[in-house]
Ligand binder design. Structure first.
Ligand SMILES: Cc1ncc(COP(=O)(O)O)c(C=O)c1O
Length: 397
């Protein structure tokens, strides 16, 4: 039997699988592999959050909650959006899901008809094109290379819009680049969308991981964007809670209702225990987050300065998140021992097999000139990794 769903069969396995399998294989052979592919903070979830979860278990808060999330959490999210993002919502505007990815998936499904166009930029987060595919939409990708700091211009956005455009999917701070759009840049993009019938899904999951005095600005807080923006966030990155699986969104009640309906037939409510932990995360401020960001910044400075000393690497300064995304295309066409570097995949393969360093090829994010390196790891690992990368690049002829 091979008469499977054509839609699901069209969804690609993660493009980073080949490299991840090789990392696993080398590790199992006892090789000293340094993998810089982590998409999650290396810090533990703060104790005050863990304690809230333990309390929830002890109080038997372990049953189904309402599909849309339990009232205390809805209130905490409403308060968070109001205080931190200048977004004003009621309960019916909020979707609570099992991770921000889940929220984005439900929202795109709720909005797209077959053939509807969804605009987003490259470099993009790996799941965007596949989610659009699942919703039978069409991805319209705007290229934003290293020369423009991985940020699109209003002109580019304008040019990408057609009669079929349904959604502009926007992500700042960005995975994989760490680029952060300023308020001014966001206002200029919003201006293009002002009189258009286009929804914005604004993925703000890295909003708290910002450096150099950057401030996060939500596109949905612009008056004329309020009704058409759905703002997505979650606790995975800001609170080191990737495994807890809580994401949420705020926006137009009719769109949220559709997404909730879909969720009611797929997963139902997000984990009750994680919801209780999220109330603590959002309501009780704690120095642990600031300390995590401080350490990310130290590592960012170190890795950025070190990479830019290597001839042939172009690395703009990331202003947020915990990745550097750098251009290595000047090495394409070079060889070592008969192995030719042709693209981001062969570049990563070479580093992995020659120096046991795991990076993620940029083609997975829609930019084949680059590679992504996460600095959610120790200083020792970063120092060792950089030495190995420098050595491997010096060998290339
Ligand atoms: C840009 C971006 N959006 C959304 C997510 C999803 O986060 P989660 O589903 O863990 O809440 C991620 C996770 O890597 C991400 O990088």
């Amino acid at each position: 039997m091979s008469n499977y769903s054509e839609l699901i069969s069209a969804v690609e396995e993660s493009k980073t699988m080949a490299i991840s399998s090789l990392v696993k294989k080398l590790k199992s052979e006892g090789k000293n592999v340094l993998s810089f592919s982590a998409g999650e903070p290396d810090f533990p979830t703060p104790n005050y959050i863990k304690n809230a979860a333990i309390k929830a278990i002890n109080e038997d808060f372990t049953k189904y909650t309402a599909n849309e999330g339990y009232p205390l959490l809805l209130n905490a999210i409403i308060e968070k959006f109001s205080k931190e993002n200048n977004l004003n919502f009621k309960s019916e505007n909020i979707l609570v899901s099992s991770g921000a990815k889940h929220s984005i998936y439900h929202l795109v499904m709720a909005l797209c008809n077959p053939g509807d166009e969804v605009i987003f930029q490259a470099p993009y987060w790996v799941s965007y094109p596949e989610i659009v595919k699942l919703a039978q939409g069409k991805s319209v990708i705007i290229d934003a290379g290293v020369e423009q700091d991985y940020k699109i211009t209003p002109k580019q956005l304008e040019k990408a819009i057609t009669k079929k455009t349904k959604i502009f999917l926007f992500n700042t701070p960005s995975n994989p680049t760490g680029a952060v759009y300023s308020k001014k840049e966001i206002m200029a993009l919003a201006e293009v969308l002002k009189d258009k019938d286009i929804f914005v899904i604004s993925d703000e999951i890295y909003e708290k991981i910002l450096f150099d005095g950057e401030e996060h600005f939500s596109i949905g807080s612009i008056d004329y964007m309020r009704n058409k923006t759905i703002t997505v966030n979650g606790v995975s990155k800001a609170f080191a809670m990737t495994g807890w699986r809580i994401g949420y969104a705020g926006g137009d009640a009719s769109v949220i209702k559709l997404a909730r309906n879909l969720q009611s037939h797929s997963t139902s409510n997000a984990s009750s225990i994680s919801q209780a932990a999220t109330v603590a995360a959002l309501k009780e401020s704690n120095g642990e987050i600031a300390e995590m960001v401080r350490q990310f910044k130290e590592r960012r400075d170190f890795i950025y300065n070190s990479l830019n000393k290597i001839d042939g690497i172009k690395c703009p300064l990331p202003k947020g998140a915990f990745y550097v995304f750098y251009d290595v295309s000047s090495y394409y066409g070079k060889n070592y021992n008969g192995y030719e570097i042709k693209d981001s995949n062969s570049f990563c393969n070479y580093l992995l097999t020659d120096q046991y360093v795991g990076l993620v090829p940029g083609f997975a994010f829609g930019n084949d000139n680059c590679v992504r390196m996460s600095y959610a790891c120790s200083f020792e690992e970063l120092t060792d990794g950089l030495e190995r990368i420098t050595k491997a690049l010096h060998q290339l002829k």
